[in-house]
Design a protein around this ligand. Structure first.
Ligand code: AHR
Length: 510
């Protein structure tokens, strides 16, 4: 019933009765702006809150942690390309040897960073590798630089990857796994300017060189070495690290979260917000463009060939955690507002695809801007999950150059670009267009000139929208906000006309 009413709502919204402004867009379907790396659609799972325990894993009747099938199935439907683990800040506190061998012999430690809870190391290397095998996704392992040694990290690398006879491959076999896992993506520390050791970029660059030296290529796998990147707009970090260690870096891991309110006093709330909060969060999300542009400039200075990937290894909205949830667990709800910040951010990544080749939204289940929330046996897919689902058509596709008159979303004397878009052609020659209208009040008509393409009809379209700015899914009503079929696009005199409701995301296949 709810689904039907959402559908009717979207159908109504797709045909606005009042005149709306028209925005011109052109897509060069014969040209290529480059390939959209599938790794931009990556994910992140840290030992934090209920992300790992009670998220990706649950306890069975014996109290043992087992992979949660419903969560895995949902992530498999999404086809996630990679998963970053074990942190986050936790990575620089993590001693991998605590998480191997018989479970009853694994030590319990305190997760001081996140809630001060006991981490009994039930989920360690073997469990994580089993998970990524089930998900058919690429693991990204982040090693401990902040409190670990070069030897620890080199041994971990050897443990997961060495194909022949070595002390660590022997230990791995004793723990039940003879074959190496061939993990390619390897982080050398996390946020080394902060929780990863509070280092200066000069110091980190030297340390990075040292740690990275001992990640040896084997015949089965060559390390893709990822250096800790900057926080937000700290361009000096990128400049120094690239200058001093760029020749040994394959990917540089920038972190930038979108918050409304303030880090130091109070962040905004996930569900209880007004239009001024909506505007502020959208404004902050769009800052990603400026931040990536700034880091690209620094990277271009030291790596004009663009060999080194800019990885946005942690991104997403960060709100005050839900009232009543465990302090330090970063559990937050997820609304239409979060969804549209995600689609706008993915568009920005696509616009920088010459450098941005990988990104990881934080964090997969029950933490920050999650794809999935769980409550006991219950599970729901968040609006952000649906954005990733609608956008999966763009993965590994050829980005088509677009020109878009974005218009203005005005609020109390300020304005933001109202529209955002991506167009791409996939391996089977299908063309897809995604359009976002962040304006919560005004519908807009987009008139698209598809240069080089004779379009006769729209094959299908989906829309994510709602009447309320804070529409979200709950365990009692998990399908309150889901994408529905969109009938607001038509071809008229060779042009594609799309009627975008206020606060909506549409994806079309032509
Ligand atoms: O994702 C939560 C935390 O945010 C991560 O542990 C850290 O890397 C970042 O500051």
């Amino acid at each position: 019933m709810k689904l039907l009413s959402s559908f009717l709502l979207s159908a109504t919204l797709a045909m606005p009765a009042v005149a709306v402004s028209t925005h011109k867009m052109s897509v060069d379907t014969d040209e290529s702006a480059g390939i959209i790396s599938k790794h931009i659609y990556g994910h992140f799972a840290e030992h934090l809150g209920r992300g790992i325990y009670d998220g990706l894993w649950k306890q069975d009747e014996n109290g043992d942690y087992i992979i949660r099938d419903d969560v895995i199935d949902a992530l498999k439907d999404l086809g996630i390309p990679n998963l970053r683990w074990p942190g986050g800040c936790f990575a620089d506190y993590y001693f991998w040897e605590d998480g191997i061998g018989p479970k009853e012999q694994r030590p319990s430690v305190v997760n001081n960073l996140w809630g001060g809870v006991t981490e009994d190391n039930s989920v360690g290397t073997h469990e994580f590798m089993d998970l990524v095998a089930e998900l058919e996704t690429d693991p990204i392992v982040v090693g401990n630089v902040g409190s670990g040694t070069v030897e620890d990290m080199a041994n971990w690398w050897q443990y997961v990857n060495h194909p022949g006879e070595s002390p660590m491959s022997k230990l791995r076999a004793e723990n039940g796994r003879a074959e190496p896992w061939n993990v390619e993506y390897w982080g050398v520390g996390n946020e080394s300017w902060g929780c990863g050791g509070n280092m200066r970029p000069e110091y980190y660059a030297d340390l990075y060189r040292r740690f990275a030296t001992f990640l040896h290529p084997y015949e089965n796998v060559k390390p893709f070495r990822i250096a800790a990147g900057a926080a937000g707009a700290d361009y000096n970090w990128t400049d120094v690290v690239m200058e001093r260690a760029g020749d040994m870096i394959d990917g540089l891991d920038l972190h930038h979260y979108t918050i409304q309110g303030s880090w130091t006093t109070k962040k905004g709330e996930a569900v209880n917000f007004d239009e001024s909060d909506w505007f502020e969060l959208m404004d902050r999300a769009i800052e990603m463009d400026e931040i990536i542009t700034g880091h690209k400039k620094m990277m271009d200075k030291h790596d004009p060939e663009k060999r080194v990937w800019l990885i946005v290894g942690e991104w997403g909205t960060w709100h005050e955690q839900e009232e009543g949830s465990i302090p330090g667990f970063l559990y937050q709800q997820n609304t239409l507002r979060d969804a549209l910040t995600a689609s706008v951010t993915l568009d920005i990544f696509h616009q920088h695809l010459d450098r941005v080749k990988m990104a990881n939204i934080a964090q997969t289940v029950n933490v920050l801007q999650a794809m999935i929330l769980t409550d006991g046996e219950k599970m729901l897919l968040t609006p952000t999950y649906h954005v990733f689902d609608m956008y999966k058509v763009h993965r590994d596709a050829v980005a088509l150059p677009i020109k878009l008159n974005k218009g203005k979303y005005r609020y109390e004397g300020e304005s933001l670009p109202a529209l955002s878009a991506t167009a791409s052609r996939d391996k089977d020659g299908r063309t897809h267009i995604s359009l976002t209208n962040i304006d919560p009040n005004e519908a807009r008509t987009v008139e698209i000139d598809l240069k080089g393409m004779d379009v006769s009809a729209v094959k299908f379209g989906r829309i994510l929208t709602a009447e309320a700015m804070n529409a979200h899914n709950t365990f009692d009503n998990p399908n309150n906000l889901v994408p529905v079929s969109f009938d607001g696009a038509r071809v008229e005199k060779g042009k594609l006309i799309v009627e975008m409701p206020a606060k909506s995301l549409v994806t079309l296949e032509l």
